[in-house]
Design a binder for this molecule. Sequence first.
Ligand code: ADP
Ligand code: GN1
Ligand code: MG
Length: 371
Amino acid sequence: MHNTKYNFKEVISRFKLDGKIRDIQPCGSGHIHDTFRLQNTSNLKPDYLLQCVNHNIFADIPALMENIQYVTEHIRKKLEAQRVADKFRRVLTLIPTKDNKMYFKDTEGNFWRIYYFIKETISYDIVTTWQQANEGGRAFGQFQRWLSDFDPGILKDTIPDFHNIEKRYKKFADAIIADPLGRVKEVESEIEFIKYRINIMGTILRTGEAGKIPLRITHNDTKFNNVLLDENDRALCVIDLDTVMPGYIAYDYGDSIRTIVNTAAEDEKDLQKIDINIHFFKAFTLGFIKETKGLLTKEEIELLPMGALLLPYIMGLRFLTDYLAGDVYYKIHSPDHNLQRSRAQFQLLRRLEAVYSTLKEIVFDAAEKYK
Ligand code: ADP
Ligand code: GN1
Ligand code: MG
């Protein structure tokens, strides 16, 4: 149970766990936290999901944990009202510490939390079937609907200006000036690519600032591997709730599309492999719009296709900014990983731009269908 980095025995002893833990394994492919599955000695007792929460990225972990508590309780009430049987599999459940807190801070300053591990589920980095894409749309659409009556004043911004493209661009421009590792010279064409599109990419932000679309409680990290699917590929639970805070709906839609339509991995090195699966675009869109029927305004629907362009753009920009800054934010698995991720996102954007009018048609047809 020991690893060189963490004292698991000490951490685990602080939480109210049922049964005895026999094994600890790293889990998932997230870029932010260190995540582990805790396996119980007995199959009749729960397994747990242990996370060391990245406190370099999230500055106020107590506030973040409070947000998660509010959001999960709100959703659980909805599930109870609908008499859903498996309410501990349909929403994350935090496990308290022995002194009834939702996280434990160790002597090194690491913050730890534990959820029930939701067994017999899969999170996919790449979509391979129409059903998976459609279930992704249903899951994030339903998530949006469940939170549509949530008091927006309650949640704190865990990362301010998270999808604000003007602020992200400013950080990128600052990283170019600072250029601590002398990497700017390698990425001249990516810089041009970004500059060429910056004005159009501000459309959603400007529309929001003009008060023409509502600020909602959104998930803000809706990549497909943040949904757990069951053994029949039915969406079960939306996870990774650290960035649930006010945002525009087109951001959530666009971040899912970014991961769902891509025929290759988010960080694919061979750009030839990156293409759009338009059937998956349609499948996700139908699921998402069906679940948010009656909720979205005409202006919001009109901006969904723009969200599908913005999110690969903003991710490419963020990966490139991190590359220039010396890889200080995302976990990387090779020295040029952030550069590779950035190039892959820009290639995806090129592919999306090439079929933009088709994307708009699909969105408008789906909105018409579920009017
Ligand atoms: P990160 O922010 O680093 O992406 P996540 O909260 O998304 O961290 O968790 C990483 C991975 O762990 C997920 O993609 C998923 O595979 C798995 N996971 C997270 N929470 C659970 C859970 N409660 N039950 C089962 N698997 C989970
Ligand atoms: C991070 O935590 P994870 O891996 O689901 C990032 C998202 C990016 C994503 C890119 C808090 O998400 O914003 O879209 O990587 N999360 C944070 O894969 O920055
Ligand atoms: Mg995640």
